[in-house]
Unconditional design. Structure first.
Length: 232
């Protein structure tokens, strides 16, 4: 395994263990991937992803699966001698194809994001931090069975405009320019989902207007999301 890839694989394991320790996803659910930079001329998109059905505690860098998609032939492959990638690799591929700014993805069945997704709700702009996902809402992708093209297509549509989406009756997917930021966004969205759930107990939440959210989005772009979070 090339040095760069081994480094990414180690980061994936570190983040998987963190996700588990923080209780962000139950059992073997959830998965994490990172885009492998492509320096050659061939039209391929490659990413490293956690394998299917293996406890996060037992993962070694060699267990992280390199998935390669050939954009010309439309074929996707991995080393058949090694472990199989997460059964949800297809929506990771779709998110990378849809959004070139996304280099890392975290998928969880975290409690509150999943609760909202199971109520078939998107997260509306009840708090300015909703803009951390790239827009005025955190969208909901319609239900389709895991591993299906229909689910991947829904994710692709969401990731054209957002860095996070809920998947109805399933869970949460977040993407960012690196793994640390993707994990941070997962925690932000999970907290927003928890707050939204709590607000729903009080009645219909009050929402920020389009103009107010546009101002937040503009400010995030100017000052950076990190600063917005720390200072406000
Ligand atoms: Zn899942």
């Amino acid at each position: 395994m090339p040095k760069e890839q081994k480094k990414l694989a180690k980061e994936i394991i570190k983040n998987s263990l963190y996700m588990k320790a923080k209780g962000l996803t139950p059992g073997h659910s959830g998965n994490i991937s990172a885009r492998v930079p492509n320096d050659n001329e061939v039209e391929t998109l490659s990413f490293l992803i956690t394998p299917t059905g293996m406890p996060y505690e037992d993962l070694k860098p060699k267990d992280i699966v390199l998935v390669t998609h050939n954009e010309t032939t439309g074929e996707t492959s991995w080393d058949e001698k090694g472990l199989a990638p997460s059964s949800e690799w297809q929506f990771h591929l779709s998110a990378y194809q849809a959004n070139s700014a996304v280099n890392a993805l975290v998928h969880t069945h975290s409690n509150f994001a999943t609760t909202i997704a199971c109520a078939n709700l998107e997260i509306p702009p009840f708090h300015y931090m909703v803009a951390a996902a790239g827009g005025k809402i955190i969208p909901l992708v319609p239900y389709a069975i895991f591993g299906s093209k229909k689910l991947s297509d829904g994710v692709a549509k969401a990731f054209k405009n957002y860095k996070a989406c809920l998947m109805a009756h399933h869970g949460l997917l977040t993407g960012e320019k690196n793994l640390a930021k993707a994990m941070e966004l997962t925690e932000i969205v999970e907290d927003l989902a928890k707050q939204f759930w709590a607000l729903k107990q009080l009645g219909e939440p009050a929402l920020l207007s389009d103009r107010q959210m546009n101002d937040v989005i503009k400010k995030f772009q100017t000052y950076g999301q990190q600063k917005g979070q720390e200072n406000n």
